[in-house]
Design a binder for this molecule. Structure first.
Ligand code: PLP
Length: 360
């Protein structure tokens, strides 16, 4: 048996709304009415005011960095456990990524390490709650605010994740999301960002639309197309339903794990993961071997798929290398298990059979 890690969302409402967009007089460009409508619907869902739809999650990060005025020679702190897509936009804008260690039990920035690396050159800090598991961003935010450094949250994997009863986007100065096929809200490709500050919103809009072509301001074309906005509008309505199914699947699995070397990843107090995947904490003599045994039996892992490791071990980031010991331990102690709505009860039972019988 082979468990798929891919979930392709489809619903008849998608077709109805795309058709409506195609037949409307509004047009499908990134400045059309339908994109504005999508931004409004996103704002209503997340309870945030200033949203900008863009062409990808990577674009959202680059737009965020630009809108904060980050430029060549500046430093941007980023956790060493995030995916390479978070770091590439920092380099694209000419700034230098500085890798920060994480906490031992979750992907939050380690405040003690953060204190060591921030300087007058630090112009932004990016935190990334991997696989939708919350970080203690309420605590790190206090420290970051006291230093007057803007906090960007890369929530590409964290649609719907809550901390203290609020979506994580409530905690950042700018929150960036992706709506790539694999994410919980998907438009094939796409992204968006939110900020509570009007000035940042204006700069983000301008940068993603050629500086409004006023010949004064710099910008590029990072607009989302109208067809994707139509899909997004259709699918926002299914986020909560998806989250409920994912949580139910995750619960079904965690309640039945009997392997003494496996437990659920630590969920911090007063928070709720979105179960983008179920994260497991492994305590085998050889975790890599255990993951490979699962894969051999058809249970996939993002850890193997994306060669997950601390970022400075990738050749492209070697020159920014800075040991992050807790992160190194963290990345070697986990694996992901799919819990998406495409899975049936028999798939979940099969996953359980495999993981409960692993010894390595
Ligand atoms: C998917 C992802 C991105 C990149 O988003 P794209 O829409 O593919 O450009 C960035 N950061 C994280 C954490 C992601 O999961």
């Amino acid at each position: 048996m082979k468990i798929s890690d891919k979930y392709i969302f489809s619903d008849s409402m998608d077709i109805a709304l795309v058709k409506k967009a195609l037949n409307s007089e509004m047009g499908l460009s990134g400045t059309s009415e339908i994109v504005r409508e999508y931004e409004e619907k996103l704002g209503a869902f997340f309870g945030l005011k200033f949203g900008v739809a863009v062409s990808s999650g990577t674009a959202a990060l680059q737009v965020a960095l630009f809108s904060l005025g980050i430029k060549k020679g500046d430093e941007v702190v980023v956790s060493s456990t995030c995916p390479l897509m978070t770091v590439l936009p920092i380099i694209a804008i000419g700034a230098r990524p500085v890798f920060c260690d994480t906490e031992e039990e979750n992907f939050g920035l380690d405040i003690d390490d953060l204190k060591k690396i921030i300087s007058t050159k630090t112009k932004a800090i990016i935190e990334v709650p991997m696989w939708g598991y919350p970080t203690s961003v309420d605590k790190s935010r206090e420290f970051i605010r006291s230093k007057k450094i803007p906090l960007i949250l890369d929530l590409a994997q964290a649609h719907g994740t809550t901390l203290g009863g609020k979506y994580l986007s409530a905690y950042g100065d700018i929150s960036c999301f992706s709506t790539h096929e694999r994410k919980i809200l998907s438009t094939g490709e796409g992204g968006f960002l939110f900020t509570g500050e009007k000035a940042l919103y204006k700069r983000s809009k301008s940068f993603s639309q050629f500086g409004f072509m006023n010949g004064k301001d710099f910008g590029l074309n990072y607009k989302l197309s109208g067809l994707q906005a139509a899909l997004g509008i259709s699918r926002i309505g299914f986020i909560d339903k998806q989250l409920a199914i994912r949580a139910r699947n995750a619960k079904y699995l965690t309640e039945r794990i009997e392997n003494p070397f496996i437990k659920e990843f630590h969920v911090i107090k007063n928070s709720k993961p979105n179960y983008y995947t179920l994260l497991l904490k492994l305590n085998f003599r050889d975790n890599k071997r255990a993951i490979n045994k699962m894969i051999d039996q058809g249970v996939p892992s993002d850890i193997a798929k994306y060669k997950y490791r601390v970022l400075y071990e990738f050749p492209i980031f070697k020159k920014y290398r800075r040991r992050c010991k807790k992160s190194e331990k963290l990345v070697k102690s986990i694996t992901t298990i799919p819990v998406h709505p495409g899975l049936k009860r028999k798939d979940l039972d099969y996953i359980l059979k495999v993981i409960n019988n692993i010894n390595a």
